[in-house]
Design a protein around this ligand. Structure first.
Ligand code: WTA
Length: 656
């Protein structure tokens, strides 16, 4: 009897169902149950043992230096080259002909790139960057579509010790510019454009706009992807095919300190200014490498692994690039959207490349649910042996749909909790050990120490809820916020002294397993992407027609949360109406990027505030979610909520 029929017979709710690994899966799994105890006995010793999977040019003297918390140093005194670990060593081991990536362009063009070829490409790019004057420690901004050259650019940076900062291609010129300023990038690598939703979508114009006021950036390296018309600045812009593709493919990797900066990735915080999360070399690479092998039960000789995320987010960094390559994995890389040119594109790709492992976000799974199970049914998904989820809590209904219709009730689902800051997976089932529970991320991985605490910082008993914290340092942890040690301490280590506060609420169930409950700060999660309410509010009030703005994340069936904005207009803006709503939505897209566009903008005459003037977002969420408004006793003017509700009925949000 299959588990599905068993569950139907016993009338279990989705949430109550349990999915232990099959005997066969458990017997062949890379890690077994005893790993937890082994790791807990001596965490640094456990990580030191795992670090043997990397190739070190010089072995470390000390596994962990935690003498100056919260500033951690891992594998102190050790030296390695990250690109060498991802490329050359596999070629040296005779794996040069193994496929590193099956690239599938959105229009249907394909490329198969072996480890030998990728190594050559990275050496060429490293030589070019050096010729262009990029030195160890210089920052390089990368603003690219999802094409192999993006990976080449990142690894070339890693190879010469120049930290990269990849800016998601969906961000605007302004957002790109502020990131370039913050890390003082010296050069930008971009492309004319990429393919999205069946058309060429330009990238270079945003770079031109950002650099028009930033003459400090003297070089722009441009990959030709779409062939669309672009502006050109002589003396500054260089074609990739005229430089990189003509450079020597021989380049000697230098060994860098284990704590040498690898990259800065910007992510939204609770203030308007994004935080540059700094990851360094040895510990970060170990985290990605070990967890990919452990949680995705990677069999590198036979697996075809696919993380369907954008490289512009941390998931792409850790599980398209650094984890898979350090493990000599064969991966799929897909450029475009899931519904181009038809809604079965992902399943067609899985069928075509015989993908064994799929890793994606719940928001996409919910979109597939809406499109119907008839779509994946047309393709063979039989090669899938494990499917993963990341980015937001996966609701039990989506988990079951994913398991039944994509995993065909045999591939375990791993719901993985982690963050840009954590660098690699932190809380997740182990597929060969854990009986998965729909909706729960389960327990901290071996070598990771997590807990749920109450407001006083005390561990809650099973059955209790509170704040998720990480109580011990871990190898792939962020080292600081770029250029702002004080903000690093304040943001992550001050709410509960001595432990890392992740910003998420969580509960422990009766078995002690962890369920994530979403952010407890002013960070929203839209389609698995982090956005800050304050950042969007700042964007709105930078429009001269807006006097005041409050932004909240309202729950949304598909995207998890959706941006809902309440604005008070200045007198000169007139009475609002449709045109202003459109103008403001476009304004936010220009300031931050299309992903930050509010789903709805409500023009109101007042905002609910406490007597001390703090906006009561909680009440606005009630309004945005169409619920009765909660406790209003701290509200300065109790009539305001009625006024907002009335306003809401007359101000519909545009949706495009
Ligand atoms: C949320 C993405 C519940 C969480 C890797 C976290 C999740 C934020 C999960 C980090 C999950 C991520 N279950 N919530 N499995 N995975 N989150 O930095 O709120 O883009 O703090 O990293 O996403 O988002 P980030």
């Amino acid at each position: 009897m299959t588990e599905t029929t068993e569950a139907a017979l016993s009338n279990l709710s989705h949430e109550e169902r349990r999915f232990p690994p099959s005997e066969e899966f458990a017997a062949n799994a890379n890690v077994k149950a005893d790993i937890y105890a082994e790791a807990a006995k001596d965490r640094p010793a456990f990580w030191a043992k795992q670090a043997e999977r990397l190739t070190w040019s010089k072995k470390w003297d000390q596994v962990l230096d935690w003498s100056n918390p919260p500033f951690a140093k891992w594998f102190v005194g050790g030296q390695l080259n990250v690109a060498y670990n991802c490329l050359d060593r596999h070629v040296e081991a005779g794996l040069g002909d193994r496929v590193a990536y099956y690239f599938e362009g959105e229009p249907g063009d394909t490329r198969t790139i072996t480890y030998q070829q990728l190594t050559d490409m990275v050496c060429q790019a490293a030589n070019t960057l050096e010729e262009l004057g990029v030195k160890t420690g210089d920052r390089v901004a990368i603003y690219m579509p999802m094409i192999p050259e993006t990976i080449v650019a990142m690894l070339a940076c890693a190879r010469i010790g120049a930290p990269h900062t990849v800016v998601f291609g969906g961000f605007s010129a302004d957002a790109l510019g502020t990131r370039i300023d913050d890390c003082q990038a010296k050069i930008v690598i971009t492309a004319d454009g990429g393919y999205r939703r069946g058309a060429a979508s330009a990238l270079k114009p945003a770079v031109d706009e950002a650099l028009s006021t930033r003459p400090e950036v003297t070089t722009v390296l441009v990959v030709k992807r779409t062939g669309q018309d672009i502006g050109w600045t002589d003396g500054r812009d260089l074609w990739w095919h005229d430089t990189v593709e003509k450079a020597s493919a021989s380049h000697k990797p230098e060994a860098f300190d284990s704590e040498h900066p690898l990259y800065v990735m910007y992510t939204s915080g609770t203030t308007g200014k994004p935080k540059g999360i700094l990851h360094t070399s040895g510990g970060y690479l170990l985290g990605c490498s070990y967890t990919q092998w452990e949680v995705f039960d990677l069999k590198a000789e036979t697996d075809v692994y696919w993380t369907a995320a954008d490289i512009g987010w941390v998931t792409g960094h850790s599980y398209i690039v650094y984890g898979p390559l350090s493990n000599a994995t064969t991966s799929v890389m897909y450029e475009g959207t899931p519904d181009t040119p038809h809604k079965g594109r992902w399943w067609e790709i899985i069928d075509k490349y015989k993908v064994t492992t799929l890793y994606c976000a719940p928001t996409t799974i919910r979109t597939f649910m809406k499109w119907g199970k008839e779509v994946p049914e047309k393709y063979s998904l039989d090669t899938l042996k494990l499917i993963g989820s990341v980015g937001e809590p996966i609701n039990p209904e989506a988990y079951i749909w994913y398991r039944d219709n994509i995993g065909h009730d045999k591939a375990p689902v791993v719901d993985t909790w982690w963050q840009t800051e954590t660098g690699s997976l932190m809380i997740s089932p182990l597929p060969g050990v854990t009986a998965g529970k729909p909706g729960a991320a389960m327990t901290a991985l071996p070598g990771i120490a997590a807990d749920v605490v109450d407001a006083a910082g005390d561990s809650v008993p099973n059955g209790g809820g509170g704040y998720l914290v990480i109580t011990e340092p871990w190898p792939s942890m962020l080292r600081t916020i770029w250029g702002d040690d004080a903000r690093y301490k304040e943001t992550y280590w001050s709410k509960f002294p001595g432990v890392y506060f992740a910003g998420d609420g969580a509960k422990k169930d009766e078995d002690g397993d962890i369920w994530l409950l979403g952010r407890v700060d002013d960070v929203m999660n839209i389609s698995g992407h982090r956005l800050s309410t304050t950042e969007i509010e700042s964007a709105l009030v930078s429009n001269p027609k807006v006097a005041e703005a409050a932004v909240v994340g309202a729950s949304d069936e598909t995207t998890g949360q959706a941006v809902v904005a309440f604005v008070i207009l200045r007198a000169e803006a007139g009475d609002g109406g449709e045109h202003i709503v459109k103008e403001l939505r476009d304004h936010v897209a220009k300031q931050i990027g299309a992903i930050a566009k509010p789903r709805q903008i409500m023009v109101v005459t007042e905002l609910p505030k406490t007597r001390s003037g703090k906006i009561m977002r909680r009440l606005l969420v009630d309004v945005a979610e169409n619920r009765p408004v909660g406790d209003v006793t701290t509200l300065a003017d109790s009539g305001v909520m009625d006024a907002i509700r009335t306003g809401m009925e007359t101000n519909s949000g545009a949706d495009d």
